[in-house]
Design a protein around this ligand. Sequence first.
Ligand SMILES: [Zn+2]
Length: 286
Amino acid sequence: MTQQMNPNPLANYFRQAKLYTPLPSRGRYYADGAIEWPATGEVAIFPMTAKDEMAMRTPDALLNGQSTVDVIKSCIPAVKEPWDIPSIDMDCILISIRMASYGNKMSVEPKCPKCATQNEYELDLTNILAKTLGAEWNDFVQIDELKFGLKPLSYRQINAKSLRTFEEQKLISNLELSEDMDQEVKMQRFNESFKFLTELTLETVIDQVEYISLPDGVVVTDRNHINEFIANADTNIYREISATLSNNKSRYDIPPMKIVCDNEECKHEFEQNLEFDAVNFFGLNS
Ligand SMILES: [Zn+2]
């Protein structure tokens, strides 16, 4: 109310939306109310504020995903609950925010694995954006009589899983380093870690099964029923679901850059992966 009584004369100079873009999901796979999908089919992207930029560069805050969530909320007002963003939208969202903040070009400095020359390379992010927008998510797989509905993981699920993986890997490398531990105890701990990571992989697949529909029309959505079924199903079923999901994922993956080393005496050809996690992405070009 006070704001209305005393409007800020600077209001017209606040940041404006810099670009409008569709998202790979086209607004599907979000929980109710998590996104206000615009009638135009394109969401407005605002550039980062100074506060957003600082939040993205705080390493500790990045690990738990909260900074990414806050920045998305700030830059894409249509997204009401960033934790619900489906995995297939994440790269597109981060790339758009970067484009709105720093422009379409991004310079990268891939290091030649052969001669260690720091190559200079300029990337046009519009091409990468177009690739993620053109990809399609296959949202079911029919296996004999059963139809399995597939849904991409949410950012919340991805974040929780990568935190658990990170913790477990830390544990494993501590084990490797510890010299005074009994060999047998050590082996047992390794086995436990291995089992943990295998279960996590299994869980990641099952979490993407949204429903199972039966030939008589019954549709099972109960998580416990789905979990129990997969635990008792033929391994072929798991394998086929898993293969469909990795095909889905590969369609959204950003292909590695093909680099020819700048060094005249080297000219080595190599591939460089682009990772659009917040750290790599917003730490650059600063
Ligand atoms: Zn080289």
